[in-house]
Design a protein. Structure first.
Length: 697
């Protein structure tokens, strides 16, 4: 660890010497001024522990799973801004966006919308937004079923964003940056603490706007996160956290697919309509309280509330067809009004003890929650636009297609007891057992549907330390998602996932590096898919098998490294979907896709980041990412070619100032990312540069 800042709260005072008086003339205790150290990791690429696997800090070597952890230091080096930027450092994760307006990623071949759960400080998040990293301490990724702790829906992964919290020192950081495509940003991080360190306040803020590299695809983001922490000498603590974020993104319809590839048109061209807009307001309120109940027993409580108000209109590109003036791109407009609220409470008992010579670290909890989602989705007709010479003719009023409206006012009430026990038989052998039961009451009066469902999510993990430097692990787990209310025939069943995983970890360079190797098989059953009659049937199963390799730490010569490689074979073992086969009138047919490769699940992913300090002032970083070819839809008709990108960063530190230059896509590689639906792709950003100034107050 490198000493970054040594301060005494209030800017004065010193540690008490052994011979100093601690009481006044009347025998009353004198106020004590504490001295604290604020340190930064000199090995930021070698995370020592995680909290997502058990809800307690667990050493990576004792975790029976390949948990990915990305530190804030690494995120800052790479110039990361949203969650997807951090996730590129985790093996087995493929990063995209959804229509350019919210984070979308795939873990081991399964997408985050249908198979993942994002949490902030251990509490669940709404499913669709860009998660800004301005106040993030680290990002943790639990791969595979996470239902044993987090309930329904984390079928393939749970991602926990751990925010920066108030600390018992006083400091401040402000920063400004500017870059390509008229991108400007300002941020600040201010912390103030009482002289005794018991009370601390912290506030993070962000503002960013950009014109974007694509025509008329601009954005603006503001966020504000005040927090307060109180802690007492007897071990009690209370943390209150409020975060408000507002974003305005222009949805990106992408470039249309024509004859299996993108046409020869400018990559900056947009075929979106003047109605395109996406406005999101996100609110997060959370309170965490903890108190000791004895020498080995603690009680803690997490009360949380999340609110997402989302108003969006986005152009969806259809087919390229002949028109009077040449080739025309058909278009429609999806208009969504969505309001999601999550409220819940997690009450937990933490116990450390020994029974029969076996030690236990146990978390027993009860979560009571309610999730509400009121939404309305309409489809409007847009005039087609010329492929090679686009002239916008769309104008109000909009004509909405009758019979295409989808609406809901869903309510899910959850009562879920859970337990995780880490059992250490000796220094070499450790067992982890996890189990959660979710009792879910679902109701949607708009659609006239209700469901009552109960399901167990078990997990079993084993770690064996063969030598002080080598450990082996294995795990097996299962998760579920409640039966979909869309399923009408046949009788609906919960979607389920199962995983088997095994691996090894090897400590390198006398503890300054770590090698992790993992193999897995992950399956998801009962995927709900609409058929040609408009009914939704559970006719989808998917299986992924793969290998992951990670190397993190410090190489000889002081070079810090992060390497993440994965091979993944994602197959649709049973999959049938409805496709449009005729226009006048619209005619659909069910097509069997069994045996095809899952969309956006490349076989090979490789991410490398190397950095080194030169003296006390200069810092250089260089990285590359390889993404293998990937299909854009389950029909496997269109492929996004493989690509390689190179990034770099240069930092210079002078007293309280830091100047950083981030260069992305150095080779100006042309590649595509996920579009909106299976008929378009979004060209990724070309070479970009961002210059940042930070000043420590």
């Amino acid at each position: 660890l490198t000493l970054a800042l040594l301060v005494t709260l209030g800017g004065q005072g010193a540690p008490l010497r052994a011979d100093e008086e601690t009481t006044d003339a009347d025998g009353e205790p004198l106020p004590v001024e504490r001295e604290f150290l604020l340190v930064e990791e000199s090995l930021p690429h070698l995370p020592s522990s995680n909290t997502i696997a058990t809800k307690l800090p667990v050493a990576q070597e004792k975790t029976p799973a390949n948990v990915g952890v990305v530190s804030s230091t690494l995120i800052e080096e790479q110039g990361g801004r949203v969650l997807g930027d951090a996730l590129t450092n985790v093996s087995g994760v493929n990063v995209h966006t959804f229509n350019g307006v919210f984070d979308l990623f795939l873990v081991r071949g399964f997408d985050s919308i249908s198979s993942g759960l994002v949490l902030t400080d251990g509490a669940p998040e709404p499913e669709a937004t860009f998660y800004q990293l301005y106040n993030t301490e680290r990002v943790e990724v639990l791969k595979g079923p996470g239902g044993f702790l987090y309930g329904s829906n984390p079928l393939a992964a749970a991602v926990n964003i751990v925010r920066e919290q108030p600390v018992p020192v006083s400091f401040g950081v402000v920063g400004l940056s500017a870059g390509s495509f008229d991108t400007f940003e300002g941020h600040f991080d201010l912390n103030r603490a009482s002289r005794d360190g018991e009370l601390a306040f912290r506030i993070n803020g962000l503002w960013r706007e950009s014109d974007g590299y694509r025509d008329r695809i601009d954005s603006e983001v503001t966020a504000f996160n005040p927090a307060m922490t109180w802690s007492s000498a007897d071990g009690r603590s209370l943390n209150l956290n409020l975060e408000l974020a507002s974003s305005d993104y222009r949805p990106d319809a992408g470039l249309p697919i024509f004859l299996g590839e993108t046409p020869d048109v400018p990559r900056s061209r947009s075929y979106g309509s003047p109605f395109d807009d996406s406005q999101q307001d996100v609110g997060r309120l959370q309170g965490d309280f903890e108190t000791p109940l004895g020498d080995n027993l603690r009680l803690r409580n997490k009360l949380y509330y999340r609110d997402l108000d989302w108003q969006t209109s986005g152009t969806l590109l259809g087919f390229v067809i002949p028109g009077f003036a040449g080739l025309e791109v058909t278009r429609s407009l999806l208009v969504l009004d969505d309001h999601q609220t999550f409220a819940g409470n997690q009450l937990e008992l933490l116990w450390n003890g020994t029974t029969g010579g076996v030690s236990h670290t146990l978390v027993a909890g009860l979560e009571v929650a309610r999730f509400d989602d009121e939404f309305r989705l309409d489809v409007a007709v847009l005039p087609s636009i010329n492929l090679f010479d686009p002239v916008e003719t769309a104008a109000p009023p909009l004509f909405f297609l009758p019979g295409q409206t989808q609406a809901g006012d869903t309510r899910s009430e959850v009562i879920a007891p859970y337990l995780v026990d880490q059992i250490a038989f000796n220094e070499k052998l450790q067992l982890m057992v996890g189990l959660r039961w979710d009792e879910i009451d679902f109701e949607d009066p708009v659609q006239g549907k209700s469901l009552d469902h109960g399901e167990a999510s078990p997990m079993l993990g084993l770690v064996y330390a063969a030598t002080p430097r080598l450990s082996l692990y294995a795990n097996a787990g299962r998760s579920f998602a409640p039966p979909s209310p869309r399923v009408t025939v046949p009788q609906s069943e919960p979607e389920e996932s199962r995983q088997l995983e095994a691996g090894l970890r090897r400590t390198l360079q006398n503890g300054r590096g770590r090698l992790t190797l993992a193999v897995y098989e992950l399956e998801r059953d009962n995927i709900a898919i609409p058929d040609d009659n408009g009914f939704t049937q559970q006719v989808g199963d998917q299986r992924s098998r793969g290998v992951e390799l990670e190397l993190v730490g410090e190489l000889p010569g002081g070079v810090r490294s992060t390497l993440a490689y994965s091979y993944n074979d994602a197959e649709l073992t049973r999959f049938a979907e409805s496709v449009l086969v005729g226009f006048f009138p619209p005619t659909f047919a069910t097509v069997d896709r069994s045996g095809n490769t899952a969309a956006f699940a490349p076989e090979h992913l490789l991410n490398v980041w190397l950095s080194r300090r030169f003296g006390s002032r200069f810092h250089l970083g260089l990285g590359g990412r390889f993404v293998d070819e990937q299909f854009i839809a389950e029909d496997n008709a269109t492929v996004i070619d493989s690509y390689v990108t190179l990034d770099a960063s240069i930092s210079y530190l002078l007293r309280d100032w830091r100047l950083t230059l981030n260069l992305k896509n150095l080779a100006d590689e042309e590649y595509d990312t996920r579009g909106f639906g299976g008929s378009s792709v979004i060209p990724a950003a070309p070479f970009t540069a961002f210059l940042s100034f930070e000043y420590r107050l």
